[in-house]
Design a protein around this ligand. Structure first.
Ligand code: R5P
Length: 293
C-alpha cells in the first residue's frame, strides 16, 4: 500500500501513513501562469494499492481537479486499486434540487470521482446523511466515518468538565450528539433550528436544564458560525456554564471564529479534515482503522 497526499491534506496524509506504517508518495506540483495545475508522482505505483487523501475544501474546484488528475493518473500508471479518502466532501451540501433549475453538485462530483477511476471512497461526517450510513450517491463502495466521539473525548481529556451535556444545534446533528454523549457518558439531546437565510438561523432549546452545566455543542460543519452563535447565545441565556463549540469540519468562512468566541464559547475545537487553526483533533486513527478493515 502507498499513501498519496493531496495538496489540501498533506499533514493528515502523513499521519495516516504513520498510523498504517506505509510509505507516503512524494508528489511534484506546479501551477501554470494560466491557473492550470500539474501533478507528478515521484514513485512507481504499478500493482500497488493506492490510498489518496484529499479534502475537497477551499478552494474546492482546484482541490477536486487535482484529485481527479491523481485518481486517473494512478489508475493509468497501473495501480491495482485506488481508494479515495475525502475527509471533507466538498459540494455535498447541494444534495438535491431545492429550487427549480439548480445543479445538484453532489451528484456531479460523485459521477466524476467514479469515472476518474476511484474504486472505493471514505468520507467523514458526510453532510447529506446521518452518521455511519453509506453515502448512497455512489455505485462503488463508500464509507461514512465519524469524528463526533473523538471530539467529545478530546474535550473531556483536556478540560475539567462540570456535569456536562452534549447538544446538537439542530435535528440533523442528533446522531453526532448521541455518539459524542455516549463516548463520554454524558446526557445528550439536540436543539431545533429554523434557517432564516444563508447566515441567520433561529434555534430553540430542548426540554433539558443546562443551568450551571458545561455544554459540548457538536455539529458536522462550522461554516459562517451562524448556527453555533445562535446556539451559544441561547445556552448562555439559559445560564449554561462553559460552552465548547465542536465540529468535524472547520470550514470557518469569514469571521466565524471571532463571532463564535464573542457569542460566548470557551473553546472552538475542530478536526484536521480541514487543516485550520482549530484542528486540534486528528481523524487519522479513524481513517487508518477503516482502511485496514
Ligand atoms: C447544517 O445543517 C449543518 O449541519 C451545519 O449546522 C451548518 O452547515 C453550519 O453552518 P453555519 O456555520 O454557516 O451556520
Amino acid at each position: 500500500m502507498k499513501i498519496i497526499p493531496g495538496v489540501a491534506s498533506k499533514d493528515l496524509a502523513e499521519k495516516v501513513s504513520e498510523e498504517l506504517n506505509e510509505d507516503l508518495v512524494p508528489v511534484e506540483r506546479e501551477r501554470f501562469p494560466d491557473g492550470e495545475i500539474y501533478v507528478r508522482f515521484e514513485e512507481d505505483l504499478e500493482d500497488e494499492r493506492i490510498v489518496i487523501v484529499q479534502s475537497t475544501c477551499y478552494p474546492p474546484n482546484q482541490n477536486y481537479m487535482e484529485l481527479f488528475f491523481m485518481i486517473d493518473a494512478a489508475k493509468d500508471l497501473g495501480a491495482e486499486k485506488v481508494e479515495v479518502v475525502m475527509p471533507y466532501f466538498g459540494y455535498a451540501r447541494q444534495d438535491k434540487r431545492f429550487e427549480p433549475g439548480e445543479a445538484v453538485s453532489l451528484n456531479t462530483v460523485a459521477k466524476l470521482l467514479e469515472s476518474s477511476g476511484a474504486d472505493e471512497i471514505y468520507t467523514m461526517d458526510y453532510h447529506p446523511q446521518q452518521m455511519e450510513e453509506t453515502p448512497e450517491v455512489f455505485d462503488i463502495p463508500a464509507h461514512n466515518l465519524t469524528a463526533s466521539d473523538l471530539l467529545a473525548e478530546h474535550v473531556e481529556e483536556n478540560f475539567d468538565l462540570k456535569n456536562p451535556v452534549v447538544l446538537g444545534p439542530d435535528a440533523g446533528a442528533e446522531n453526532w450528539a448521541r455518539k459524542a454523549g455516549e463516548a463520554i457518558g454524558a446526557d445528550w439531546d439536540f436543539m431545533m433550528k429554523k434557517r432564516l437565510d444563508s447566515e441567520d438561523v433561529e434555534i430553540t432549546l430542548p426540554e433539558i436544564d443546562v443551568e450551571g452545566r458545561d455544554v459540548l455543542l457538536v455539529d458536522d460543519i462550522i461554516s459562517t458560525g451562524g448556527t453555533m452563535c445562535e446556539a451559544i447565545m441561547l445556552l448562555k441565556e439559559n445560564r449554561a456554564r462553559d460552552v465548547y463549540a465542536c465540529c468535524t469540519h472547520p470550514v470557518l468562512s469569514g469571521d466565524a471564529l471571532e463571532n463564535i468566541m464573542e457569542a460566548g464559547a470557551l473553546e472552538i475545537i475542530g478536526t484536521d479534515t480541514i487543516e485550520s487553526e482549530v484542528s486540534e483533533v486528528s481523524v487519522a486513527p479513524v481513517i487508518a482503522e477503516a482502511i485496514l478493515q
